[in-house]
Structure formats: C-alpha cells, structure tokens
Ligand binder design. Structure first.
Ligand SMILES: *Cc1c(COP(=O)(O)O)cnc(C)c1O
Ligand SMILES: [Zn+2]
Length: 418
C-alpha cells in the first residue's frame, strides 16, 4: 500500500522512497509527502469519510499511513464552534473557533505525533524522540506510552510546570536542557546522527509528522458542510502547521471532495518571537532568526524551519501576519474564555489577539467566513494568568456575609467585554 506515496523535494522536485529521510540528497531542500491523487479520488468520497472513525483517522487515505495500524489516543475531529459572541465583539459575522484544546493531551500536536509515530513504527523504529517547546513533548510521551515504545524528549528547562509534569507522567525519559528551544533543536540534530535508531518526530520523520496538520483543514471543510472557509488564522511556531493547512485544503480540491479552496491564510505570532510577522511587515523573504522572549512558549521558535514557506503561503493566499504583545496575549485568552467558554493556552491568546489585530487593520473583512485555530489548552500555561484572575470575593460561610459582599454587584463582573 505504501507505493501510493513518495517523498518529494520542495525545491528541486526529485522523488524519493518513503523512508526516514527529511532533506533532499541533491539540494538539501526539505521533503514532503506526495500522493497519487488520481488514485485516491477513485476511492475516497464524502460518505466514506463520514462513515469513518470520529478522529483524524477518518482521512487516512490522505495520510502517509493506513488507519489499520494507527497509534492513536483519539486525536482530531475536535469541535468547530460557531463563535457568535466573540464575533460580535470583534465585528465579525461568520466566525468559528476550531477548538483543538479538546485533543487527548490538550494540543494540536496529537495530530502530528499520531502520524509520525505510526510511520516510525512502520519503518522499524522502537524509540520515539523529539525536541519540544512543551506540547510536542506531552504528546510524544503519551503516544509512545500507548504504543509501548520508549521515548526520550528534550525540552528547554524553563518550561511551564504543567508541560513538564504532563510529559514526565507517561514514564519516558525527559531531558531538560539549559537553553532555548533553538539550542535544544540544534542538540537534537546532532543526536539524530548519533542515534540513527531513534525516530525524532520533528527531525528524521518530520515529513510524515507535518502531514498530520492537514487534518485541521480536512475537518474544518467537512464541519462547514464540505466547503472551505474564506479565511483562516493560524499560529506560527516552526510554520509547519500553517503550510500544511494550505496543503490540506488544496488536496480536498484535488481529490474532488470540495469544489474550490480560495482560502486566505493569515499567521499569528507573539511580538517577542515574530520572525515571520517581521519579514511580512518588511516585505522581505529574508527571515531573520530572533532570540524569543514571550509568554507564548509553545510558539517560541526563533529560527523557524518552515518560516519561509509559511510566509509564501500567507503572501500568495492574500493573508496577513500579526504580532501581539504579552499583554494582548493575556487579553486574548480572557476574551475567548469570557465570550465562548474556551480556555486556551498562551498560543491561543496569540491567535485571538492576532485575529483582533487583523480585523482592525482591515486584513480580515467583516463578512468573511473566518476560522481561527485555537491549538492548546489553558491548563498548560496557568502561570501566565497568575495575578490576573481569582475569586470575585472571599467570605465567611454565612448568608449575611454573602449578601453583604455581593450587594449591588453584577453577577458577571468579568463579563464587561471591552
Ligand atoms: C506547535 C504548536 C503550534 C504550531 O507549530 P508549528 O511548528 O508552526 O507547526 C501551534 N500551537 C501550539 C499550541 C503548538 O504547540
Ligand atoms: Zn532537492
């Protein structure tokens, strides 16, 4: 069955066998998975997908491994929530939140890891490894546990407590590195050659890993009644997710599941780590690496591997790219929570604050059908909120104390939406 896919160099177009290879032997360009879309369009249909599992694996025909052997905790098919209250605040008539906080380990990373480890096991690897800004570590450790694989994850030592705990609990090896994510990633690149029997999900099996992000586009289109939205807003760390969301919508057209995918794709970054947004604002292709300084640690990649490709997708699709401050990120978290009941981590705050900015600067048009990707759960980054939320009042356990404390107060003092 694997003959239906190959790896293709994004730069020179050369084709390779679907093995654990991520850069082109000839030009060092990155490799991506290529499919025989004509063959897939013969067998795939809306009804075959709708009859599949309520997970990302309902789209297995457009993933680089079959669903029979999937390593899965049930990632994907997360809610697409019509966000009318948030839309009203922002002046948008047709807004949806793709709530990927609902994934098994609380972030969109479960999509990419499920594909990467399934492929890795198929290729004979028994050890799952990664460099992570946190969410990837959670997901690799969990999926490795599920599959009975060993895991070794490397993280920056200054990560949020919940992300370290949520990785360590699954019993794998967790190495905290005194350095930035970019330092951790460099170390992992060296380890990849030292330990050829380890599957580094975002290094030597990165081409397969990346394919998991397409399912965000597939689900969005299906949940909109088999239509692409007009505009999506996507957070950028390495830029992989953004480029693959584009690939996902295009593939649905190629295999005949939707008629057109004229989707504008906008990026969201934290101002404290905004190499792509900065290049976009300056109108240059040259993405200059930065040293991250932001509360949005899951997006803190100063030298994004797919930054150039993400920038091209944004520009060619007619989207924009915003950068938002830490204060705006906290406002974004709170706005989403108060209007829609969705508690997102700092990366979600980046996306919501960027959405607001892109509406304000005219990139997003009020009646466009807009989908925002909210990619990680708020319980992962509670530190970021400390000192900003707490009990409305603290009282003695008596009716009198209650009446006195709440006399004349609105029941929703936090609902005064700016
Ligand atoms: C990893 C991550 C992203 C996006 O990552 P890319 O490297 O750009 O694909 C977005 N949101 C969260 C919460 C993440 O953990
Ligand atoms: Zn090449």
């Amino acid at each position: 069955m694997e003959s239906r896919i190959s790896l293709r160099c994004r730069e020179c177009g050369r084709l390779f066998e679907p093995i654990a290879l991520h850069v082109c032997d000839f030009c060092f360009g990155p490799l991506e998975v290529a499919y025989d879309y004509d063959a897939i369009s013969e067998t795939i249909s809306r009804s075959s997908i709708e009859a599949g599992p309520r997970s990302m694996w309902r789209y297995h025909e457009l993933l680089p491994v079959g669903n029979g052997e999937a390593i899965t905790l049930g990632a994907g098919f997360t809610p697409l929530v019509k966000a009318d209250r948030l839309g009203a605040v922002l002046g948008l008539k047709n807004l949806w939140v793709k709530n990927d906080t609902a994934n098994p380990t609380g972030s969109f990373k479960d999509r990419v890891v499920s594909v990467a480890l399934t492929k890795a096991r198929q290729l004979g690897f028994t050890v799952a490894a990664c460099a992570s800004t946190g969410n990837l570590a959670n997901s690799v450790a969990a999926h490795a546990a599920r599959a009975g694989m060993d895991s070794i994850v490397l993280i920056p030592s200054n990560l949020e407590a919940a992300k370290i705990m949520m990785t360590a609990v699954y019993g794998g090896t967790v190495v905290a590195v005194e350095g930035t994510y970019d330092d951790v990633n460099r170390l992992c690149a060296e380890l990849t050659s030292e330990h050829p029997s380890w599957a580094f999900v975002n290094v030597n099996v990165r081409s397969y890993y990346a394919e998991g992000s397409k399912t965000l586009a597939f689900e969005t289109a299906e949940q909109l009644g088999w239509q692409a939205p007009d505009h999506v807003v996507v957070p950028i760390a390495s830029g992989s997710q953004l480029t693959k969301i584009k690939k996902g919508f295009d593939e649905l057209v190629k295999v005949g599941l939707i008629d057109s995918a004229d989707v504008r794709i906008s990026g969201a970054q934290a101002a404290g780590c905004s190499p792509v947004a900065t290049a976009f604002a300056e109108g240059t292709d040259d993405i200059r690496p930065v040293k991250p300084d932001t509360i949005a640690k899951s997006l803190a990649i100063g030298n994004p591997a797919d930054g150039y490709y993400a920038l091209k997708v944004i520009e060619q699709s007619g989207g924009g790219c915003a950068a938002v401050t830490d204060a705006e990120i906290l406002d974004g978290i709170s706005l989403l929570a108060r209007t829609e009941g969705i508690f997102a981590e700092t990366a979600g705050g980046v996306t919501i604050a960027s959405l607001k900015k892109l509406v304000e600067n005219g990139t997003i048009i009020p009646d466009e059908r807009v989908v925002v990707m909210v990619t990680g759960h708020g319980l992962k980054t509670v530190e970021a909120l400390s000192g900003t939320v707490g009990p409305t009042v603290t009282i003695k356990p008596t009716l009198a104390a209650f009446d006195e404390a709440l006399a004349g107060r609105s029941l929703s003092p936090n609902q005064e939406i700016s």
